[in-house]
Write a protein that binds this ligand. Structure first.
Ligand SMILES: Cc1cc2nc3c(=O)[nH]c(=O)nc-3n(C[C@H](O)[C@H](O)[C@H](O)COP(=O)(O)OP(=O)(O)OC[C@H]3O[C@@H](n4cnc5c(N)ncnc54)[C@H](O)[C@@H]3O)c2cc1C
Length: 322
């Protein structure tokens, strides 16, 4: 069986949740092999955890400079791992801002087809097929590549991690970084999210829209998110109105989320918002307008005032949790 390469997303030794999802997807297509890009010693320190997530092999694409540049070390590392693997069945990355750019550059480097923002992958008689939810979730389409190794970026949260643990062997590969085509990292400080989970991979997302009315009122959204152990999101209208910071925008031009539960408070459900949350497993909408388009895709809808409904919902969840 051919190997399937997975780019490991990690920060300071913490492996992101999506990496487990990608390794589960990889196991459907072949033998999962993780690719770690970083400073020397990073792969060795992560090998145990990656084995537990199903990786039988860990390619160590390491160099002292790897952490000093954006994007290009990962492209070089994946290209080197693909050469070492021989003919991998596919290369999987997270459809995050960084993952998308790496995937595009890698596709050019390897002269291979790219399938962007997939929500599922299957092996159909030796052919790798990716499923995509497009046009705001109105259509489900299935694609395969016409040339080279399928390079597939997968939406975080769309595949549930179900690992079969393996013992990972670390295999070093050489990475050559060309500073002339690389952006230099001058500072590296992820935005603090406090105790809340990261938006793109959270199991629960509670989002507020223009209906929330002001930045001060957004505590209602935050309180419900906190009691549900979720991340906070916002519609573009809420962001443009200055109610919430832009990095929390959900939708076509924001973050794509696919949580178990998505709660939309005071969000109309415009197609550009739906594009970023329509694959959520259960959608709960609270809107005072019974005709709001969000109700077309909601599994559970409340026609009412969010200022009354959200606090009651938070209190009920809190009571259930004891
Ligand atoms: C190129 C492009 C890209 C875009 N990308 C995005 C994107 O990534 N994400 C995104 O979200 N949008 C995006 N948009 C904007 C999108 O078209 C909508 O304008 C936006 O999603 C509307 O946000 P909203 O639902 O919060 O506001 P509105 O459409 O104004 O809806 C507010 C809703 O709140 C309800 N409401 C008001 N008060 C209450 C209350 N007290 N209780 C309950 N309900 C209440 C109203 O009934 C209404 O349905 C994009 C647009 C374009 C053109």
């Amino acid at each position: 069986m051919s190997e399937v390469l997975v780019l490991v997303e990690q920060h300071d030794g913490a492996i992101s949740k999506v990496t487990g999802e990608l390794l589960t997807a990889a196991a459907r297509l072949g033998e999962p092999a993780a690719v770690v890009v970083g400073k020397p010693g990073t792969a060795e320190s992560l090998a145990g955890a990656l084995g537990a997530l199903g990786a039988g092999k860990v390619y160590a694409a390491e160099s002292d400079e790897a952490a000093g540049f954006l994007i290009t070390p990962a492209v070089a590392g994946l290209a080197a791992a693909a050469a070492a693997a021989g003919s991998p069945a596919a290369i999987l990355l997270a459809a995050t801002v960084e993952g998308r750019e790496i995937a595009g550059r890698l596709a050019v480097r390897l002269e291979s087809g790219l399938l962007a923002d997939a929500v599922d992958v299957t092996d159909e008689g030796g052919v790798v097929v990716a499923t995509h939810s497009v046009f705001g979730g109105s259509y489900t389409v299935r694609y395969k590549v016409a040339i080279g190794t399928p390079i597939i970026s997968i939406r975080p949260g769309s595949i549930e991690a179900a690992p079969t643990a393996a013992t990972a062997t670390v295999v070093p590969v050489e990475v050559t970084i060309d500073p002339a085509i690389s952006a230099v990292v001058v500072a590296d400080h992820p935005e603090p999210v406090g105790d809340r989970p990261e938006l793109s991979s959270a199991a629960v997302v509670v989002s507020g829209g223009r209906g929330v009315g002001s930045a001060e009122n957004f505590h209602i959204v935050e309180e419900l998110a906190d009691v549900m152990g979720g991340a906070v999101g916002a519609s573009r209208a809420a962001v443009d109105s200055g109610y919430y910071p832009p990095q929390f925008q959900v939708g076509q031009t924001g973050t794509t989320v696919s949580p178990q539960i998505y709660v939309a408070l005071g969000i109309s459900g415009a197609i550009q918002h739906r594009a970023g949350m329509q694959t959520s497993k259960t959608i709960i909408a609270v809107n005072k307008d019974a005709e709001a388009p969000i109700f077309e895709i909601a599994d559970f809808g409340v026609v009412g005032d969010l200022f009354k409904v959200a606090p009651q919902l938070a209190a009920a969840v809190k009571e259930r949790k004891g």
